[in-house]
Design a protein around this ligand. Structure first.
Ligand SMILES: [Zn+2]
Length: 91
């Protein structure tokens, strides 16, 4: 009975080793020749394009500073939203 038990345990051990090997085989294939090197974390994604900055720049370009109170108003505004002073037209 002991021999049968040993055979069964051996089979289970081989099965476990094979499953583990199959699981990590993909990772080993990535690092052929350097199996001991830990997997590097994925490089951080490149910073997103400076869209907010560009949007802000456009917003600044399309605003006109009020000559009376210094508040920034849209270029198309007819009068200042802060003090009501008429704004000069872009053209
Ligand atoms: Zn104003």
């Amino acid at each position: 009975m002991g021999l049968l038990l040993k055979i069964i345990l051996f089979g289970v051990a081989v099965y476990a080793v094979w499953k583990t090997f199959s699981r990590w085989k993909g990772l080993f294939d990535r690092f052929v020749g350097k199996p001991e090197e830990p997997a590097r974390p994925a490089p951080p994604p490149p910073p997103p394009p400076s869209e907010p900055l560009a949007a802000r720049k456009v917003a600044i370009q399309e605003t006109i500073q009020c000559a009376g109170c210094g508040a920034y108003n849209p270029a198309g505004a007819e009068k200042c939203g802060q003090c009501g002073r008429p704004q000069p037209r872009p053209n």
